[in-house]
Ligand binder design. Structure first.
Ligand code: NAD
Length: 250
């Protein structure tokens, strides 16, 4: 396991799903973790009690609100006087309910781009400013395989937002490598969380057929991937997107 002793790490959307699994993995590897949550303070509190107050701090912020991301980063940095790693995990995947998504572009576009891409970019900006003063730092952005394969018309806004996250990550890696700011994207296929569970259950046969490994990604494997790059052990992989696909390349 990666050794993250002494690292202060902000994980967004950490109250459940991939974010909660990541917060647990990072804390067990020695990190002090800021558990950001959107609306559910209770889930975040339960996780913090479990990890211990020396290792975890809950912080709420609604990332659908412009300006919330920058304020969140400042509050996170105030806890231990610094943030060493930023994990942008919070995300939404609303499907457009219109019959003809191309003819009637949905409001889901605006909300999805705001939470998945704009808030991620705002947090990256704050982190870069902070890291530059401190001699470096690491950003890990959770994207999705939907960025490579595309998505159905009722969810193309989701694929587009995650494609933006990958391009943003690569650009940060290129632009700030000389200041020791490293940036990675992690792109899982289907992961067994609340976000995707209904789809996974409804399409179990297709998933078993199309993914050679025969199963969706457990959240713990996404967490392990994030911990690996957050450790700083693989600096020369900066800008890369780690593709968790179970050998399914479509
Ligand atoms: P989830 O729905 O369980 O968790 C999403 C998290 O984002 C929650 O903690 C939620 O509170 C937070 N969030 C959502 N809207 C927010 C807002 N407005 N303000 C603040 N926080 C907000 O889903 P998950 O599967 O754990 O997703 C985590 C990340 O992984 C997302 O970025 C998602 O797009 C990505 N992802 C998921 C899958 C999958 O199949 N589950 C696959 C690829 C990528």
């Amino acid at each position: 396991m990666a050794d993250l002793t002494g690292k202060v790490i902000l994980v967004t959307g950490a109250s459940r799903g991939i974010g909660a699994a990541t917060a647990r993995t990072l804390a067990h590897a020695g990190a002090q973790v800021i558990i950001h949550y959107g609306r559910n303070a209770t889930e975040a509190q339960v996780l913090v009690e479990d990890l211990g107050h020396d290792h975890a701090l809950p912080l709420g912020a609604d990332l659908s609100q412009p300006g919330a991301a920058a304020e969140l980063f400042q509050r996170a940095a105030a806890w231990q006087g610094r943030v060493d790693v930023l994990v942008n995990n919070a995300g939404i995947a609303p499907t457009a309910t219109v019959d003809d998504p191309v003819g009637e572009w949905s409001a889901a576009w605006a909300s999805t781009l705001q939470v998945n891409l704009v808030a991620t970019a705002d947090l990256c900006r704050e982190a870069i400013l902070h890291f530059r003063e401190r001699g470096g730092g690491i950003i890990v952005n959770v994207a999705s395989r939907a960025a490579f394969r595309g998505d159905n018309p009722d969810a193309m806004h989701y694929a587009a937002s995650k494609g933006g996250v990958i391009a943003l990550t690569r650009s940060i890696a290129r632009g700030y490598a000389r200041e020791n700011v490293l940036a990675y994207a992690v792109a899982p296929g289907w992961v067994s969380t609340d976000m995707a569970q209904a789809y996974i259950e409804a399409h179990a046969d297709t998933i078993a057929r199309e993914i050679p490994l025969g199963e969706v990604v457990p959240p713990e494997e996404v967490a392990n991937t994030i911990a690996f790059v957050a450790s700083g052990l693989v600096r020369h992989m900066t800008g890369a997107t780690l593709d968790l696909n179970g050998a399914s390349y479509v």
